[in-house]
Structures are given as C-alpha cells and as structure tokens.
Design a protein around this ligand. Structure first.
Ligand code: 9WO
Length: 256
C-alpha cells in the first residue's frame, strides 16, 4: 500500500513512522508512506498557503490551490507507476464520519490512500466538496490540525496489512473485530504486592480458562461499553448471562 500525506508540518511525522512495526513494514516495503509539504505546491514568492475567510470571521483558512495541485501530482505519480483507479482522498476533520475498526479494515483494502491534514481555522470548502472523496474524524474533539488524526488512521490501517504484524491472526483477533473488550491479562510474578493472579489461570484447565476469559470480556464490555454488546456475537447462554446482569438491581460483584 502507498500512502501520501499532505501537511504543512512534515516533521511531525518523523517519530511514529521510524519506530516499531511501522519501521519494519516500511523497510520490508509492505507500506510506503510519503509526506508532502503543501507549501511546496505554492507558486508565489511568499509560499502562501492561507488567506482570509470571505464574509469575515475568525482567523485564516487553507487556500484550495496548493492542496488541489498536491493531490493531482501524487495521483499522477501513482498512475504513471500503476495505471490504477482513483484512490480515496481523505480529509481529516472533526466533521468527518467517525473512524472505527470497520473503516480501518475498509481502507486496508486500498492500494493507495491520500490523506489531507488541515490547519489554521479551517479549509476552503471546495477542497471538501470537489477534491476529498471522504472525510474522517477520529473523535469528538478539536486538535491543532489533522496530523495526529492522520497518524492514528495510518497506524490502525497499516497493522491490518498482510505481513505487517507477526501473523494475520493477531491483527484480526483483537477485541474490536469481535466487538468485545479484552479480558484481564496477567504475567509473572504470580503474587505481586499481595495481589494474586486469578486461580483459574494457573489451573491448566484450558476449557475453564477460555470460559473465564470469555465471561470477563462480556462483563467488562457490559460495564464499560454496553453499546458494543448489542452488536456482539454471543451464544444464547451468553445473552442470558448479559440479560440477567442487566436486570439485576444491585451491581453484581463481578461488575465492580
Ligand atoms: C479552529 C477554530 C478556531 C476558531 C474558530 C473556528 C475554528 N475552527 C477550527 C478548526 O476546526 N480547525 C481545524 C483544525 C481545521 C482543520 C484541521 N484541524 C483539525 C482537525 N482539528 N481537529 C481535527 C480533527 C481531525 C480528525 N479527527 C478529530 C479532529
């Protein structure tokens, strides 16, 4: 997969992509990330990327021309390489559709992504209307710009690509694909500051361990993210367990 990121702050991307699984994936050519400075696509001597809003109001907006030209250039370069179809052009903004594991999976099927990071007080509406094919938000808060959001999206997408993690299983097997939160996990020592690892995990009884973990995942999800349980795939017995806890007036010990 090739990912082109348009930003006014290219240096912000130096950290995340030079560490850990990313670095390995890039070294192994499983993913290619190119950072482009929007300012390089200006033509005036001051390299102007922002201007006042028509109608007045707070602050400066990103001008459309450098962004259009940058997107057109990276599209053209890719087409020359691959002769491929139009890639998604994703604008990171608080007004986008809310990012999720499902969107990450959808994007991981693309061979080329173009991400646009806004800055200042906003971006000329024509970028949104006539250039971006998609607008994505990573959550309901305002950031200084789209860069950190782009890194979140790229991180979530890249780890789903074949070969990026140790195995396909580890990427797909986690809680947000199965839509339950994770069960509690423990490593050595068996007792730390008088806090012991739950007995069942030391039993060696794998059927019992699996059952305990599944129950813990369900109960934790019920307590912290009950909205997720509606979509989860539960057996009839597990549904009953959930319903009995939901109906109970007092909070059961396991949920505290
Ligand atoms: C700032 C501002 C200040 C005064 C009046 C209005 C204002 N609007 C904004 C604003 O929305 N700035 C944005 C900053 C412009 C586009 C890039 N920025 C951004 C993207 N902030 N937060 C995101 C973002 C992206 C994805 N998911 C969550 C947040």
């Amino acid at each position: 997969m090739k990912i082109d990121i348009l930003t006014l702050f290219p240096q912000m991307f130096q950290g995340p992509f030079s560490e850990g699984i990313f670095k390995r994936a890039i070294d192994r050519k499983l993913v290619q990330v190119n950072i482009h400075n929007i300012r390089d696509y200006t033509h005036d001597r001051h390299h102007t990327v922002d201007d006042y809003a028509y109608g007045g109001g707070a602050g400066m907006l990103l001008k459309p021309e450098p962004i259009f030209e940058a997107v057109e250039k990276v599209k053209q370069d890719f087409h020359l390489e691959k002769g491929a179809k139009e890639p998604p052009v994703i604008l990171l903004s608080p007004q986008g559709r809310l990012f999720s594991q499902q969107i990450a999976e959808e994007l991981s099927g693309c061979i080329h992504l173009i991400l646009i990071c806004g800055r200042y007080e906003g971006i000329d509406e024509r970028v949104r209307e006539h250039l971006a094919t998609d607008e994505v938000s990573i959550g309901d808060y305002v950031l200084g710009g789209g860069e950190l959001a782009a890194m979140v999206v790229v991180d979530a997408v890249a780890r789903l690509l074949p070969g990026v993690l140790g195995s396909d299983a580890s990427a797909r097997d986690d809680s947000h694909t199965t839509r339950l939160l994770e069960y509690p996990q423990y490593t050595h020592p068996e007792v730390y500051r008088a806090w012991a690892v739950p007995e069942v995990l030391l039993s060696g009884n794998h059927a019992q361990i699996d059952k305990w973990r599944r129950q813990q995942a369900i109960l934790r999800t019920l307590k912290r993210r009950p909205d997720l349980l509606d979509k989860a795939e539960l057996s009839p017995e597990e549904r009953q367990l959930v319903d009995s806890f939901k109906k109970a007036k007092a909070t059961p010990e396991v949920l505290k």
